[in-house]
Design a protein around this ligand. Structure first.
Ligand SMILES: [Zn+2]
Length: 104
């Protein structure tokens, strides 16, 4: 029987069906006896099939515009907060300076 390490090193070829029949048989017998590798193999297979099943799709214009508007609002509100913070710290600094100069 193969070790798990050997199994994993052959896994991607196995899933691509590139392995020799002899190795393939060994790999298959490994999965049938090793639950860990079975799960790894099964999960990887499913992931690949999901990935292959995905098609790039275009989103409708309306959705795109709404999305962009939402992103812009988000950015704008972030900038607003940032500039408020900046302003606040400037004011703080200014009032400190003022206090210092009054003392002076
Ligand atoms: Zn194993």
């Amino acid at each position: 029987m193969l070790t798990c390490k050997e199994f994993l090193s052959e896994l991607s070829d196995f899933l691509d069906e590139k392995t020799d029949r002899e190795i393939r048989t060994k790999l298959e017998s490994h999965i049938s006896e090793c639950p860990n590798c079975f799960v790894i193999c099964d999960t990887t297979k499913k992931t690949i099939s999901v990935y292959k099943g995905m098609k790039s799709c275009t989103i409708p214009d309306e959705v795109h515009q709404r999305l962009m508007a939402a992103v812009e609002r988000k950015i704008a509100s972030k900038n607003e907060i940032a500039s408020k913070n900046e302003l606040a710290s400037k004011n703080e600094l200014a009032s400190k300076n003022e206090q210092a100069s009054r003392k002076g």
